[in-house]
Design a protein around this ligand. Structure first.
Ligand SMILES: [Ca+2]
Ligand SMILES: [Ca+2]
Length: 263
């Protein structure tokens, strides 16, 4: 609680009891900009520029806008995605070409009574704008554990399964339909992700996932976003089932209770 107060964030953290999903469809669809408050506009979600500045405004676009900003991307009010178009401007604290512009971060608190070691994380990557650079642009995922974003001691890069590359990378700069598959000229990569393992995410602790938004190495950046996120507890972990006294017998007594084999 102290860390929440010191961070100026009074809203409750998002508990994770085994599943979490987010479709971002509550994000603004009207106007060109929309106010954003970390861990409030979307509970659990925060936006940071690469210099650590918390973001207070996002842009709203179908992919036609060229401004460097975090974005609510989408064609209409029914389906939004959360993303960014990187730039070297003040919004992202003037990052260099090819460098990190900012992060889309999700914080979840382990509300189970056991350590969670593995999560299945799946989402769609949606490209809503092609900036005109053939340098290509990818989005990666990192995770860490800490009471706040700034308190995470080490960010661990998720595997290549969690990295996706803008599918539209040729021709003139233009808006892209992020809800349409690349085979049909669109920018939607529907199945990104896999299992994160060896998390060591203890009960009551906060896990952070952050999607890394970069500028393209050359030219104008693409508008890249995430959508349709689903997180589930996965794999074998150190979860101890809630237990009646019968299953708390020492292992030795269990072995001793097994009849010796007859030969
Ligand atoms: Ca959506
Ligand atoms: Ca979508």
């Amino acid at each position: 609680m102290l860390s929440l107060v010191s961070a100026g964030v009074l809203s409750a953290p998002v508990p994770f009891g085994g599943t979490y999903s987010q479709d971002f469809n509550s994000l603004a669809s009207a106007g060109s900009t929309s106010a954003w408050t970390n861990d409030s506009t979307l509970p659990g979600w925060s936006l940071f520029a690469q210099n650590g500045t918390a973001i207070a405004q996002i842009a709203v676009s179908t992919g036609s806008s060229t401004s460097g900003s975090f974005y609510s991307f989408g064609a209409d009010a029914n389906d939004r995605a959360l993303g960014a178009l990187g730039s070297g401007g003040a919004y992202f604290g003037a990052p260099a070409s090819g460098a990190v512009a900012g992060w889309i971060a999700l914080a979840l608190v382990n509300s189970t009574d056991a350590t969670i070691d593995a999560l299945r994380v799946q989402f769609a990557g949606e490209q809503w704008r092609y900036g005109g650079s053939t340098a290509g642009q990818s989005m990666t995922l990192e995770w860490g554990i800490g009471d706040s974003f700034a308190a995470v001691q080490s960010w661990i890069a998720a595997s290549d399964l969690f990295t996706w590359t803008a599918p539209v990378s040729t021709g003139t700069a233009r808006a892209v339909d992020g809800n349409t598959l690349p085979a049909n000229g669109g920018g939607r990569m529907p199945q990104v992700g896999g299992d994160l393992s060896n998390l060591g995410w203890e009960a009551g602790k906060t896990l952070w996932l952050r999607w890394v938004q970069k500028r393209t190495a050359t030219g104008a950046s693409n508008g890249l976003s995430i959508d349709d996120l689903v997180i589930e507890k996965a794999g074998t972990d150190t979860t101890r089932p809630r237990c009646n006294p019968a299953c708390q017998r020492p292992m030795q007594s269990v072995w001793q209770s097994i009849p010796a084999p007859t030969r």
